[in-house]
Write a protein that binds this ligand. Structure first.
Ligand SMILES: [Zn+2]
Length: 258
């Protein structure tokens, strides 16, 4: 989910969707039951999409022990991986990168604050800057298509997003000293137009110098990361604790992913 998902699987808020206090895991249960009796008791969970993207990058993409994964889809988010593990914070809400302020007196954000990164590097902001407000369909594909064709407004919109992203990312790098900053989600596909301004901001703002350019990378799993993370997370949980799904004997029951 593009929002605040607590450790209890309840979506506290997804400002971009206008959703609040939705018990996602509990609401998905009837759908699972409807899909088949044998699925009814499978574990159901909910997590933030950037968290899942970061975990996938660690599990499947050979991500380093310490990295910051930043991504944009409906919102802008981040996964903070420290010592190979996701930093979730006290209640599960860590990584709200989209609401790091980049302009203290800037635009009003859906979260109620002003000047949040999302207002400069999120989907709606970039489409507006590219003069594509109201465009339908896949915003990332549309921007990539326009930028590839040399559309100046699209390219400037992406460079502007990258500057805001670089300001926020530099703050996170100074705070956390990650081995890499990984561009994931929609940003992975827009990387060719984001990287130059992002590199410049990081080089200018990261305190430990020189900022090595190769520490800014593009997600190895591209835009599929969050979905892969969701799928692999379930498989890993079952392998770690098969419970009632454990195979009772040869040829019976669920035998695992191998
Ligand atoms: Zn905000």
């Amino acid at each position: 989910m593009p929002g605040l998902v607590g450790a209890d699987g309840v979506l506290q808020r997804a400002a971009n969707l206008g959703w609040q206090d939705v018990p996602l895991a509990a609401e998905l249960r009837p759908a699972l039951r409807a899909a088949g009796d044998d699925l009814a008791e499978l574990p159901v969970g909910a997590d933030n999409e950037a968290n899942l993207g970061g975990l996938a990058e660690r599990w499947l993409g050979a991500g380093p022990e310490d990295f910051l994964y930043v991504s944009a889809e409906a919102g802008v988010g981040a996964a903070i991986v420290v010592g190979g593990r996701l930093l979730r914070g006290a209640r599960g809400y860590a990584g709200e990168f989209g609401h790091v302020p980049v302009h203290p007196d800037g635009l009003r954000c859906a979260c109620g604050a002003r000047g949040c990164l999302e207002q400069y590097a999120g989907e709606a902001a970039v489409l507006r800057a590219a003069r594509l407000t109201g465009a339908r369909g896949d915003w990332v594909a549309l921007l990539a298509e326009r930028a590839t064709a040399g559309d100046t407004a699209a390219r400037m919109a992406l460079a502007g997003a990258a500057r805001a992203l670089g300001i926020a990312a530099a703050g996170a790098v100074n705070l956390l000293d990650p081995a890499e900053v990984v561009l994931g989600g929609g940003y992975a596909e827009l990387a060719p137009w984001l990287l130059p301004a992002l590199r410049a901001e990081l080089a200018a703002r990261v305190t430990v110098r020189p900022w090595a350019e190769e520490r800014l990378t593009v997600a190895r799993l591209g835009r599929r990361g969050p979905l892969l993370g969701a799928a692999v997370g379930v498989v890993r949980a079952i392998v770690a604790d098969p419970g009632p799904l454990a195979a009772p004997g040869p040829g019976e029951g669920w035998t695992g992913p191998g």
